[in-house]
Design a protein around this ligand. Structure first.
Ligand code: SF4
Ligand code: SF4
Length: 178
């Protein structure tokens, strides 16, 4: 007698579907009720950068390591109220977190661990300029920043420290100045 294929049994597909539902009904749910239920991130997750101005020497290694110019060195303003003798020129990193690829190269290059990734990833805002984190903003926690939103620039072009350094004029050899 030829074997009966399961697919030939009436309602076989329905029964198979129901068995999957029944199996998963008793499994532990994996869906997170974010944002009410906080996410447990991996230990090495790279979120927005944090700067400790007390140990930043202004050496510019982070700027040189940044592959896309998201991090630039700027003269700090308010954090210079505190003496930072280790940073002779009062130059600290500023990061455009919308351009940042979270590659971690600046963190790796920093000889004093002054700049490092946090686990903060909730960085949405309404204004593109708010993505530019000044040294003051970088050195604050996200909670403190939300309490004092004026600490996040907008720093409009021409106001305070430059958003991007002007590219240097390249003078090629042999060209006449006239
Ligand atoms: S994480 Fe990468 S892209 Fe972002 S500022 Fe650092 S070096 Fe630049
Ligand atoms: S954050 Fe680190 S690498 Fe960048 S300027 Fe400060 S000490 Fe140097």
């Amino acid at each position: 007698m030829p074997a009966i294929k399961p697919s030939a049994v009436p309602l076989w597909g329905l029964l198979r579907g129901m068995s999957v539902t029944l199996r998963n009904f008793f499994r532990r749910a994996v869906t997170k009720q974010y944002p009410e239920e906080p996410m447990k991130l991996p230990e090495r997750f790279r979120g927005r950068l944090f700067l400790d101005p007390n140990i930043c020497t202004g050496c510019t290694m982070c700027e040189q390591a940044c592959p896309n110019g998201a991090l630039v060195m700027v003269p700090a303003e308010e954090i210079t109220n505190t003496a930072h003798p280790q940073n002779e020129y009062h130059l600290f990193p500023q990061v455009d977190i919308a351009m940042c690829t979270y590659c971690g190269w600046c963190e790796n290059a920093c000889p004093t661990s002054a700049i490092r990734h946090t686990q903060q990833f909730e960085l949405a805002c309404y204004d593109r300029l708010h993505f530019i984190y000044s040294p003051e903003a970088l050195s604050m926690s996200e909670e403190a920043l939300l309490a004092e939103p004026e600490k996040i620039p907008p720093r409009l072009p021409g106001e305070g420290a430059p958003l991007r350094p002007e590219p240097e004029t390249v003078v090629t050899g042999g060209e006449s100045a006239e």
